[in-house]
Design a protein. Structure first.
Lengths: 244, 457
């Protein structure tokens, strides 16, 4: 078995240790003896998203947003939308998550159109939502408890047909108001949680791997791994947050 | 500006609080100044008005660069004050000026070597009115506190805008720092490294696209992180030649380096009394700044050859049978360089990493995944013991596991005293990589055990 992972825009969407998600995905495949082919697609390079099994998109700075959107309009947006409709597994964090939505509106009213793959939009707010988080995934998304760190000023609203990824236990999540975090559509998982998300949340990482593998190879069973270090990091922060 | 009653009162309160905190054996480097600034917000401008100041700002290397400059001032016999312990905000800097002035606000020292936090530069520079300002570099750092890197750059730019007479010493290899010369009227001297460095670590670039036109930079050579011979193929913005440059690295070992240096006065080979390539930038920055302050070239070179930094920056302790070296790490760029330094050593060693997530460390520890800990895997056979500690020890343990080290033998010790006990029993050389607040605690614990100066001394 071989899984194709595509890391979209590692050159600019790399702000909060998100590369750790890639490290984690690859390592958990390696430990199970599953091959992994990683394609890094920076701005200006052609992606082959229809062939990818798992696409990862991280968060970035506003500074590069313009060049990024220009590149998306050059064909990648359509390709990404098609891949998503086709059931490709996607993990999108923070800026990458917002980018999948319809638009971002700054708090002074300037609107910036995004790719519209998911029925959501984001509005900038004057305060940043920063801190360690606990999110409880919905049953559909595996039901795991996610430990992470959020840092965003955008408030994301989901359209009525779109399901969230999780319920907020500690933190702000999508907007700090409705108690939900992230989005889940087909095999797309969007979240504000970096930290990075996957290393401390091995069950969620395995959910992504299983989703991607099963789409390509049919039913697979993932061998259990020694996750003591993973769980120790997860539990240490969980204890701190739920105690206070 | 006269020394108003308000300023007098503020300085007096500052002095008393500082005295009290020393009696109570606390550092007292910032709090007295914080209260004084609340009483008299312009206190610093009054106290600094007759002092010739050299200020150093930027993300990495401020403290080391300042220590180098201090050594040159000492060597030249110039009386100076300095904010020694990283108290580099308005409050800490003000405390230092109060303690070095008379009751009536007259300066006791003619010069000052001041490390200034990059976010505080915006408000500090206008009051401090430095004669020379060094901008070392800009890297992603504490994003939860500083926000985006371009925001930090604007803070520095705004600060400099209030002092058009200050001479700027800019890292010409950093496209972000170098851009300050574009729209500020100040006179500029540039420092840099003219040659490719054999660094292997990859960190995400903090400046991959042109600050002017947003096209992607092309590099003629890299030194480390985003530093090097950048040029924009679209608008022509590019690295300008350095006035002070390291042109060749002749030798680099675990204790020092020897490099060829080009200055306006000519070319020569000099010694820098600290290892690691990032310290070459600090050295050439310090040289540039000291000469701009009027110190003779020969004196500056001598200072670089024999200064010592201490305070957790490549600092040596007589801990364990073979000694310990502490290397402060704060962000991906600096941490990767520290790891690269470890790659360059030859002996088996014990590795200790202490990760805290308090305010001064940055509450977001995701940066450890951007630092190139993967460099440790090829030297796994030399790493005979791994200690992880700090508030986020479990996260550090996980990072090292995913970097390719076998985590079954890791020792996770939260308690700093217990950690120092364990390290004291080590037979091999120890390398300790702590974040800022972990460094403060661990340093105190080590100093209590085996001697050395407390941080305010």
């Amino acid at each position: 078995m071989r899984l194709k992972i595509c890391h979209l825009y590692p050159d600019v969407l790399n702000l909060y240790g998100d590369n750790g998600n890639i490290i984690c995905l690859r390592e958990r495949l390696r430990r199970r003896g599953i091959d992994c082919e990683l394609q890094r697609v920076p701005i200006g390079e052609k992606a082959d998203l229809s062939n990818a099994d798992l696409v990862f998109i991280g968060g970035g700075q506003d500074f590069e947003q313009e060049v990024l959107l220009q590149d998306l309009r050059g064909g990648k947006a359509a390709e990404l939308r098609a891949a998503i409709e086709d059931g490709v597994c996607v993990l999108a964090i923070c800026g990458g998550y917002q980018m999948l939505g319809a638009y971002y509106e700054t708090h002074d009213g300037t609107r910036c159109d995004f790719i519209g793959a998911l029925d959501l939009y984001t509005v900038g707010s004057p305060q940043r939502m920063i801190g360690n988080t606990v999110f409880q995934c919905t049953e559909e998304c595996g039901g795991a408890e996610l430990i992470g760190f959020e840092n965003h000023s955008g408030k994301t609203r989901l359209g009525s047909g779109l399901k969230p990824l999780a319920r907020v236990v500690v933190g702000h999540g999508n907007n700090g108001e409705d108690g939900f975090e992230g989005a889940h559509y087909k095999n797309v998982f969007g979240s504000y949680s970096h930290g990075p998300l996957l290393p401390k949340n091995p069950a969620f990482c395995d959910l992504l791997l299983r989703t991607a593998l099963e789409r390509r190879f049919g039913s697979v069973s993932l061998e259990a791994l020694d996750d003591r270090a993973e769980n120790a990091a997860h539990d240490a922060m969980r204890r701190r947050l739920l105690k206070s | 500006m006269r020394f108003s009653l308000r300023a007098f009162a503020a300085a007096l309160v500052c002095r008393l609080l500082r005295f009290a905190s020393r009696v109570l054996r606390r550092g007292g480097t910032a709090t007295p100044g914080k209260i004084a600034v609340r009483i008299c917000p312009t206190l610093l401008s009054v106290l600094a008005r007759e002092v010739s100041v050299v200020a150093v700002t930027g993300t990495n290397g401020k403290t080391t660069c300042c220590r180098m400059i201090e050594e040159a001032f000492s060597e030249a016999g110039l009386p100076y004050l300095a904010n020694r312990s990283g108290a580099n905000l308005m409050s800490g800097i003000t405390t230092e000026f109060v303690m070095n002035s008379t009751l009536f606000g007259r300066p006791k020292k003619q010069y000052a070597v001041i490390e200034c936090d990059e976010a505080a530069a915006r408000t500090v520079f206008g009051q401090l009115r430095p004669k020379v300002i060094v901008v070392n570099n800009l890297f992603r750092d504490q994003l939860d506190r500083y926000g985006e890197i371009t925001h930090t750059l604007s803070n520095i730019r705004e600060g400099i805008r209030s002092v058009p007479d200050a001479l700027l010493c800019l890292n010409t290899d950093c496209s972000l720092c170098s851009s300050l010369a574009e729209d500020l009227p100040n006179r500029v001297l540039r420092f840099g490294i003219d040659t490719e460095l054999n660094t292997v670590s990859e960190v995400p670039s903090d400046a991959s696209h042109c600050i002017r036109c947003k096209a992607e930079y092309v590099y003629d050579y890299h030194t480390y992180a985003h530093l090097g011979g950048f040029r924009c193929p679209s608008c022509g913005y590019r690295r300008e030649p350095a006035d002070y440059a390291v042109t060749e690295i002749l030798l680099m070992d675990g204790t020092h380096s020897e490099v060829r240096l080009r200055t306006p006065g000519g070319t020569e080979d000099i010694r820098v009394n600290l290892p690691a390539v990032y310290n070459l930038y600090n050295a050439v920055a310090a040289l540039c700044a000291c000469e701009a302050m009027g110190i003779a070239h020969a004196v500056c070179v001598q200072a670089l050859g024999r200064f010592s930094c201490g305070f957790g920056r490549m600092e040596d302790f007589a801990l364990g049978a073979a000694g310990a070296k502490m290397i402060l790490v704060k962000n991906p760029a600096g941490c990767s360089q520290a790891l690269e330094f470890l790659s360059g050593t030859q002996e088996p060693f014990a590795l200790t990493v202490c990760l805290n997530d308090r305010g001064a460390d940055g509450t977001d520890i995701s940066w450890i995944w951007d630092a190139n800990f993967e460099l440790l895997a090829p030297m796994a056979d030399r790493i005979r013991a791994v200690y992880v500690s700090g508030d986020r020890a479990e996260d550090m343990q996980l990072r090292l596991k995913y970097a390719g080290l076998d985590d079954t033998g890791f020792r996770l010790i939260h308690d700093q005293e217990a950690l120092v006990d364990a390290l004291a029993a080590e037979q091999l050389p120890i390398y300790i990589m702590p974040t800022y607040t972990a460094m403060l605690e661990l340093r105190s614990a080590i100093v209590r055990r085996c001697g050395g100066a407390e941080f305010w001394e």
